[in-house]
Design a protein. Structure first.
Length: 196
C-alpha cells in the first residue's frame, strides 16, 4: 500500500494494481460450450514452463503462454479472440470496481486471534496456562458431542474474498496501472480479479 494527497490536502491510503494488458484467449458460446463467457489471460510465462495443451490453447489466440486465466460469464459482443484489453480503455469511465482475491494465509490460529475472543485476561480463578483458551464447548450427556460450526481454533486466511465498490483514485494507462482507495485482499504480488 501507499498513500497520495487529494486536491484538498487529505492523505488517502491507496493500493497500486498492475491491471493488464490482458489477452482474450477464448470466447465461449451457448452452442459450443453450453454458456456464454469470455476467457482472458494475464502475465506472460516462458513457453518451456507451460504444458503443451496450454501452449496450443494460447496459439489459437496468437499469444505467448500466460500465468493467470480468468473467465467472465455473459455475452461480450465487442471483443474478439486475440484482442488485448488495457486498463485505460476498459475502465476509463468507471469510478468504482469490485476486487476479488485470495486473502493472506495465517496458518492455524486460536480463538483469540481468529474470532476475537477475550481470553481470561487477569488470570484469576485458578487459571494456570489457559489464558487464551476457548472455554467450555458443549453440553453434558446430551447431545454428547460438539455442534458443527462451533467457533474453535483452526486454519485462518487463504479464503476467496470479494471487496465491492472500491473507489478508483487514479489511472495510469501508459503503464496499465490502477490506483484504488484502501486495501485489497491478498499479499503483495498476488493475482486479483477486477469487475466493473
Amino acid at each position: 500500500m501507499t498513500s497520495i494527497f487529494s486536491a484538498e490536502g487529505k492523505n488517502i491510503p491507496c493500493t497500486v494494481i498492475e491491471a493488464g494488458p490482458c489477452v482474450v484467449t477464448q470466447i465461449k458460446t451457448q452452442e459450443a460450450d453450453g454458456y456464454d463467457a469470455v476467457q482472458i489471460a494475464f502475465e506472460e510465462k516462458r513457453e518451456k514452463n507451460a504444458g503443451k495443451a496450454m501452449v496450443g490453447h494460447f496459439k489459437k489466440a496468437n499469444t505467448a503462454p500466460k500465468r493467470k486465466l480468468v473467465e467472465f460469464r455473459g455475452q461480450f459482443d465487442h471483443v474478439k479472440l486475440g484482442d488485448v484489453l488495457t486498463v485505460g480503455e476498459t475502465l476509463k469511465n468507471d469510478r468504482w470496481i469490485d476486487v476479488t482475491g485470495i486473502s493472506k494465509g495465517k496458518g492455524f490460529q486460536g480463538v483469540v486471534k481468529r474470532y476475537s475472543f477475550k481470553g481470561v485476561g487477569d488470570a484469576t480463578h485458578g487459571q494456570h496456562n489457559r489464558l487464551r483458551a476457548p472455554g467450555s464447548l458443549g453440553a453434558s450427556s446430551y447431545p454428547s458431542r460438539v455442534f458443527k460450526g462451533m467457533r474453535m481454533g483452526g486454519q485462518m486466511g487463504g479464503d476467496r474474498v470479494k471487496v465491492v465498490n472500491i473507489t478508483i483514485v487514479k489511472l495510469i494507462p501508459e503503464k496499465n496501472i490502477l490506483v484504488v482507495k484502501g486495501s485489497v485482499p491478498g499479499p503483495n504480488g498476488s493475482f486479483l480479479i477486477i469487475n466493473k
